[in-house]
Design a protein around this ligand. Structure first.
Ligand code: SAM
Length: 328
């Protein structure tokens, strides 16, 4: 097996697969209130097509997969896809990013299918605020039950992603951090990224430096290693804490030099960078019967086009597709 690397000598071994552009929530930082235009079902890759891409990727040296969306658990039969992917030689790690609303129903089945762990979006611990942030009919209680179910069946470590927004949930930074002291919580505070058509995001931005300042009353943060994976977060621990606190800084301090990712969108585009528009279509070639060698060639072409870094710091915001399409 050969390893893949891009034009800047970054090893590329991690494929994020968006399985749907649908979501059961409408989070204020991710989507406009009216939702986003959805692709017809015929435009969405079938599980067999996703499997074919993942198998070619594994043969090129990609060993780590993450399933995302939209909300991946709204796609019917997701455990079947996990099982198919887990059977691919060379794939060592399969993780899932979910809003957790349906996780309690699926945790055991996902674990049995070969899923290793989950990241759950959790932006507040207040039930009313949860409704406001997600603009949905779902309840915070469902997410908390999902987190517990994931821990119970061993989908661990469960990492909790909080997008921190000024005036919306930043007053909960201390509450979230305090949870890591006695409980096995692994929280990642994420800087709010600008998304097309959502001007409010820029107004609500808080840097990780500011977040750290706000956590000072809880004691000094000691750097530590991640509990699993080698993603972009920088991890810390409060004195004697059981859990960890991570910071993800796409805006204030990009981590592109370390990026090992490619993304497959739900409609079959291979995208080398979340925040740059370049994509290569795999869906049509797949439906035209492309050979495995042909598929690998397209994959390598997309890897070669991976940009050195995104342009957020220069004020460039990709305006083509929402995160729910690309798989945030
Ligand atoms: N539905 C799943 C979920 O909620 O985790 C997966 C898809 S969601 C688009 C993936 C991740 O993107 C979530 O952790 C979410 O918090 C993050 N995200 C979405 N919009 C964001 C933004 N504007 N800034 C920072 N993170 C964002």
């Amino acid at each position: 097996m050969t390893g893949l690397s891009d034009s800047f000598q970054r090893p590329i071994n991690y494929l994020r697969i968006s399985v749907t552009d649908r979501c059961n929530l409408r989070c204020i930082y991710c989507m406009p209130a009216e939702g986003v235009e959805l692709r017809p079902h015929s435009d969405i890759l079938s599980y067999e097509e996703i499997y074919t891409v993942a198998r070619a990727a594994a043969e090129l040296g990609m060993d780590k997969l993450r399933i995302t969306g939209g909300e991946p658990l709204v796609r019917l039969g997701l455990p079947r896809l996990i099982e198919m992917l887990a059977g691919i030689e060379g794939i060592n790690d399969i993780a899932l990013t979910t809003n957790g609303v349906m996780l309690a129903d699926y945790a055991a089945e996902l674990k049995a299918a070969g899923l290793k762990r989950v990241n759950v979006s959790l932006d507040t611990l207040k039930p009313d605020r949860f409704k406001r942030i997600t603009r949905g009919q779902s309840e915070l209680k469902q997410v908390l039950e999902g987190i517990e179910a994931a821990k119970r069946v061993g989908l661990e470590p469960v990492k909790l992603n909080m997008v921190v927004m000024s005036g919306i949930n930043d007053d909960e930074l201390l509450d979230f951090a305090a949870k890591t002291i006695d409980e096995d919580w692994h929280i990642r505070f994420i800087e709010l990224m600008p998304v097309a058509g959502n001007g409010d995001n820029a107004l609500r931005f808080i840097s990780a430096t500011e977040m750290r300042k706000r956590l000072e009353p809880l004691g000094e943060l000691e750097p530590c290693l991640p509990s699993a994976g080698n993603g972009p977060a920088k991890y810390f621990r409060l004195p004697n804490a059981t859990g960890t606190i991570g910071f993800i800084t796409p805006v204030s301090e990009h981590f592109c030099f370390n990026c090992n990712r490619m993304r497959l969108t739900a409609d079959g585009k291979l995208r080398p960078c979340l925040l740059s528009e370049y994509e290569i279509d795999l869906k049509q070639p797949l439906r035209d019967g492309v050979s495995k060698a042909g598929l690998k060639k397209l994959f390598k072409k997309a890897v070669a086009e991976k940009p050195r870094q995104h342009g957020l710091a220069k004020g460039q915001v990709p305006n083509g597709r929402p995160f729910s399409h690309v798989g945030g």
